[in-house]
Write a protein that binds this ligand. Structure first.
Ligand code: ADP
Ligand code: MG
Length: 355
């Protein structure tokens, strides 16, 4: 879709959103080039659809619904509530492939799209979060590695994601791969990230949320993240082996709390890659909810091809396919996090303290 709002439909199924003045269009197309367009107006950050829209049977086709979801995805409800104090999360789980990076970038993008300035710190040498945010991270790019070594400051390392001016990223380059070993002999090796992400440095960026995407290990990089952040967000995959190793993660968190970061809590658990076709997914969900209770977000992220395709285009799923189920559920998870944050900081009246 170009700036004028004309549509070029490629053979692949797609849904996109364009905002022109007060007109808002969600467009979806299927593989046979059937196209549906959803229109509405944006008033005060809210989407207003024409009267009688909900009863219009002609719109009740799957692609029409997708077009409408695409339209709602970005402008649905304007802004999320801003926390009265900045919230800093480590996104940790030593298991690989559980959705740490996917959850980090998509929740961060959802918060940024809804008016909250958000910083992603990529602390995994693979640099997957940097890729998904469309941020340069080849060797030589100022990155979290030089930040940990104390060679550069946060403002030297930070870049703005092309996906939103509210979405900032400190990228990771492959140089970070050696840092687990290099850190061992350094002074204050567990708290170097906390030193770097000082209140003054984050104040300068004026960010409301920080998410630190951890590597799949419990080494010094993850410890640095747990020390730097008062809150831990643990993504748990809805699969059989996913609860294995959780005990070890929690005991490491307890150790960090006891010795290095007394304010550390596991504030948020997110169930990811839920597959409704398997009984197992429900069993894991029930078990996690029983054990962790309120810490578990109500929103569960479904397994979705669109979510896994998005990083290949240097995008979050919110940019790549805003009307997809994956995008909508990350939006819901981010909204829950924002609302919890605002409630935790004291009940606020509607519209107060929002950006
Ligand atoms: P981690 O950071 O914990 O190693 P990732 O976020 O990189 O995990 O996810 C692992 C793989 O699973 C990636 O290829 C990612 O695209 C894919 N993935 C993550 N979440 C989903 C989902 N909800 N549906 C489908 N694929 C997903
Ligand atoms: Mg990762």
């Amino acid at each position: 879709m170009d700036k004028e709002g004309s549509t070029s439909v490629n053979p692949e199924r797609q849904a996109s959103v364009v905002s022109r003045g007060t007109a808002l269009l969600g467009v979806a197309a299927d593989e046979r080039n059937h196209v549906a367009v959803s229109t509405g107006a944006i008033e005060d950050g809210q989407v207003r659809y024409p009267e009688g829209r909900e009863d219009d049977d002609r719109r009740r086709t799957p692609i029409a619904e997708e077009a409408e979801r695409a339209a709602r995805a970005i402008h649905q409800e304007g802004r999320f509530p801003r926390p009265s104090r900045r919230r800093v999360f480590s996104v940790a789980n030593q298991k690989g492939g559980v959705g740490k990076t996917t959850s980090t970038v998509n929740i961060a993008a959802a918060l940024a799209l809804h008016g909250l300035r958000t910083l992603v710190v990529d602390l995994d040498p693979q640099g997957n979060a940097s890729t998904a945010l469309g941020v340069e991270h080849h060797t030589g790019t100022p990155s979290v590695y030089e930040l940990l070594l104390g060679e550069i400051t946060v403002s030297d390392a930070v870049t703005v994601s092309p996906q939103s001016p509210n979405l900032l990223c400190i990228p990771a380059t492959i140089d970070l791969a050696g840092s687990e070993i290099e850190l061992v002999t350094m002074v204050a090796r567990e708290s170097r990230l906390r030193e770097a992400l000082s209140t003054a440095a984050l104040d300068e960026l004026d960010v409301d949320y920080v998410f630190i995407d951890c590597p799949p290990s419990l080494g010094l990089l993850t410890v640095n993240a747990l020390v730097a952040a008062p809150e831990a967000l643990i993504p748990i995959q809805c699969e059989y082996y996913s609860l294995e190793g959780l005990g070890q993660l929690l005991s490491n968190i307890n150790l960090v709390r006891a010795h290095l970061n007394p304010t550390l809590t596991v504030s948020t658990i997110l169930l990811t890659m839920y597959d409704a076709r398997t009984k197992l997914a429900d069993q894991v969900t029930a078990e996690v909810r029983q054990h962790f209770g309120e810490q578990v977000l109500r929103t569960v992220i479904p397994r979705s091809v669109k979510v896994s395709e998005a990083p290949g285009y240097g995008q979050t799923v919110l940019a790549y396919e805003p009307g997809s189920r994956g995008a909508m559920s990350y939006l819901d998870a981010a909204r829950e996090i924002a609302i919890r944050g605002a409630q935790r900081d004291g009940a606020q009246r509607d519209g107060e303290n929002v950006r």
